[in-house]
Ligand binder design. Structure first.
Ligand SMILES: NC(=O)c1ccc[n+]([C@@H]2O[C@H](COP(=O)([O-])OP(=O)(O)OC[C@H]3O[C@@H](n4cnc5c(N)ncnc54)[C@H](OP(=O)(O)O)[C@@H]3O)[C@@H](O)[C@H]2O)c1
Length: 287
């Protein structure tokens, strides 16, 4: 197996942390951006088989915000000298915001400190986080291409492949949500609009054709997420054989999927497998 270096954004999220754990356990190197490095290390050390010496040998943590272009650039560059720059081969992003179910909103009049009833919906602290972090990622790739390579073709030959975690229920005309879940998905309008904007940025990027910043992109659309970051230990069935994988042309419809399984799929198909088969696809993952 050849060691490669993979960049992770949102690595304290369940899906991405699981993928990062499989990556490290299988001898690859990783650079992870985290707002809270201690939280990341604690999560990783709770994974079966991951030790401090594996983290010391294979993981570099960059502290910062995924919306900050300079910080993202540091996460994408493995090494650099006057003569050459080595980039990560893949970027895996599971940046998102933790939602809260709300039944009221502040009064439109700032002087009246009351909340008024509203249609029940999910509210997140930054409703544009996935769009903003994807925009920063593309800007960081653009700056690296301009500043670290002598010509665009030289950059294009090593441009990282980008895999982002989006959601089911956002692509018009694709039946990937069970009828019974429709009311719940209606309450997810805010995070879903953000995911649509994130996907739009990647679609626009793909249309550039002449000057593509990503070495192909893969959009992962899990159904409702359950469980946490913890992966199955050796000899324990993770349930991978029961994971159903669909695409826009051949959707799979299901209710939920475990975060650790999503991470395992991204590890197996993208990190280990390279992801060629899934480039340009919206991959539906469900149980
Ligand atoms: N919940 C669902 O049912 C569902 C279904 C489909 C898709 N999704 C989406 O799937 C993705 C992965 O979900 P998940 O549950 O595995 O992860 P998650 O718990 O939503 O974690 C989000 C990650 O983003 C990071 N993050 C947020 N803002 C950041 C910022 N400004 N700078 C740097 N990092 C930032 C968080 O870091 P901190 O630890 O510092 O907060 C965390 O690592 C998310 O985008 C989620 O919205 C969710």
């Amino acid at each position: 197996m050849s060691a490669q270096t993979i960049a992770f954004l949102g690595a304290t999220g369940g899906c991405t942390n699981a993928c990062l754990s499989y990556t490290l356990l299988n001898g690859h190197n990783a650079i992870a951006l985290a707002r809270n490095p201690e939280k990341l290390t604690t999560q990783l050390l709770s994974q079966p088989g991951l030790t401090q010496s594996i983290l010391d040998k294979h993981l570099r943590v960059i502290q910062g915000d995924a919306r900050d272009i300079e910080t993202v650039m540091k996460t994408l560059i493995v090494s650099t000298t006057e003569q050459s720059t080595t980039l990560v081969t893949h970027v895996i992003s599971g940046v998102g915001g933790t939602g809260q179910f709300v039944l009221s909103k502040p009064s439109p009049c700032a002087q009246i400190p009351i909340r008024i009833p509203t249609i029940p919906h999910i509210s997140i602290p930054n409703p544009h986080i996935t769009e903003e972090s994807t925009s920063a990622l593309l800007a960081a790739l653009g700056r690296i291409a301009d500043e670290r390579f002598t010509c665009f073709d030289e950059y294009a030959a090593v441009a990282p492949r980008v895999t982002i975690i989006s959601s089911t229920g956002i692509k018009k005309g694709v039946r990937d949500v069970p009828m019974l879940c429709k009311p719940l998905y209606a309450a997810l309008e805010v995070p879903h609009k953000d995911k649509m904007q994130m996907e739009r940025l990647l679609t626009l990027e793909q249309e550039r054709k002449e000057s593509l910043l990503c070495g192909g992109h893969v959009i992962v659309r899990p159904s409702l997420l359950g469980g946490d970051h913890r992966i199955a230990g050796p000899g324990v069935d993770s349930g991978y054989a029961r994971l159903r994988v669909g695409t826009e042309r051949r959707p799979e419809v299901g209710y939920t999927v475990g975060r650790a399984l999503v991470g395992e799929w991204i590890y197996r198909e993208v990190v280990k497998g390279g992801g060629d088969r899934w480039v340009g696809e919206g991959v539906i993952l469900t149980k």
